[in-house]
Design a protein around this ligand. Structure first.
Ligand SMILES: N[C@@H](CCC(=O)N[C@@H](CS)C(=O)NCC(=O)O)C(=O)O
Length: 360
């Protein structure tokens, strides 16, 4: 059905999760109008103070970058963003998970640890409201609380080394392929855009890092936002590009944090959660190793919901396909995560997270 009205995309150029959703619209040749987030309207419609949000041509509201991409895929299946073959499908969800969770560490560090980045993003934050002080004050507050996001004197060297390794592996990959799974955009690329566009490519300090050390990544970012028409698909026979394996290995730096985060949420849910109450945004700090350094971050129930996506996709596969995925990911550091069996489960009740069944 041709569109009779555009999608209204409430997004911002320096917003982490807007960068993940934006490329899906041109990729699917959709009519879209991106506007500055109308926060009051978003809260009125969804009850949550989050963007990106999307108003569909039919007047429905979608929120949460993962839900938005799921719904776009269901409404406009061609060209697909979600592989249906086992290995590529699971890898796409794992890269999405990396982007949503682990990628926050470089995203937050390069935005909030450098005066030049803070000053620039303060202006970016101010443009929607046309109040130059508002965004700058907000930026200062965020910068002052960066330790709660895991950005500390001890963790910064590990975060920077992780970023350098990731960029190097990505450059080698994009030298050989236009997208992560081959020659077409997928959910994996969208997920990786979360840290890479709004923060690393748009913030003052990391932008220089990308420009000076990661030309192929810059080129992929531009290709994501303006996708070429001549894409020829993902690798045949459910293959993973060889150059993607080193990328996945660097991304697996975040696996211990993901595992310990789920353990903390499970433990908390076992004693504190009530089935009738939505989970809080964070349940307190938890500690985990990131490249050998102990990093403390707020444990967020949302992490469990994100992790359920690759786990559900993996569990839905027939056993022989699960084994094929395990073999393809062997040595990347991701297999432990696929074996995880969280004790609790989250679902969406409208836009909000809710425990599925009474917390045990
Ligand atoms: N899980 C949500 C997260 C959205 C999110 O955190 N958005 C940021 C902007 S990129 C936001 O609205 N932050 C406001 C806040 O944290 O209160 C998604 O994937 O869309």
């Amino acid at each position: 059905m041709p569109q009779t009205a555009p999608y209204i995309f409430h997004g911002h150029d320096v917003s982490y999760f807007s960068g993940k959703v934006r490329p899906a619209f041109p990729q699917k040749s959709l009519w879209v109008r991106e506007i500055m987030p109308d926060i009051r309207e978003i809260v009125r419609q969804t009850g949550l103070n989050f963007f990106p949000a999307v108003q569909t041509p039919d007047g429905d509201w979608w929120q949460d970058s993962s839900d938005i991409l799921d719904r776009l895929e269901a409404a406009h299946p061609e060209p697909p963003l979600y592989p249906t073959t086992p290995v590529q499908r699971i890898v796409a969800y794992l890269v999405e998970l990396y982007g949503d969770e682990t990628g926050l560490l470089p995203g937050m560090h390069y935005r909030w640890s450098f005066e030049e980045s803070i000053e620039k993003v303060g202006v970016d934050f101010s443009t929607p409201t046309r109040n130059p002080d508002g965004g700058v004050n907000f930026a200062r507050k965020m910068a002052a609380s960066r330790e709660g996001l895991g950005v500390t004197e001890a963790s910064v060297p590990a975060i920077e080394a992780h970023t350098r390794d990731l960029l190097e592996a990505l450059c080698a990959h994009f030298e050989a392929h236009r997208y992560l799974l081959g020659d077409s955009m997928s959910l994996a690329d969208c997920g990786l855009m979360a840290p890479l566009y709004g923060h690393l490519y748009r913030d003052a300090v990391p932008r220089k890092l990308l420009y000076e050390t990661a030309f192929q990544v810059c080129s992929w970012i531009e290709r994501m936002n303006r996708p070429p028409l001549d894409q020829t698909g993902w690798l045949a026979d459910d293959a993973l590009p060889e150059t993607l394996l080193p990328v996945l290995r660097v991304m697996a730096d975040g696996v211990p944090m993901l595992l310990s985060s789920v353990a903390a949420i499970d433990e908390w849910a076992g004693t504190e959660a009530s089935a009738s109450e939505p989970p809080p945004r964070t349940i307190g700090m938890h500690q985990a190793a990131f490249r050998g350094v102990e990093v403390a971050t707020g444990a967020r129930p949302y992490t469990l919901w994100m992790l359920q996506r690759p786990l559900d996709a993996f569990r839905a596969l027939p056993r022989p396909d699960q084994d094929t995925v395990r073999a393809a990911l062997d040595g990347t550091g991701w297999n432990a995560l696929l074996e995880l069996e969280p004790l609790h489960r989250l679902e969406k009740d409208g836009f909000a997270l809710a425990w599925e069944g009474p917390p045990a």
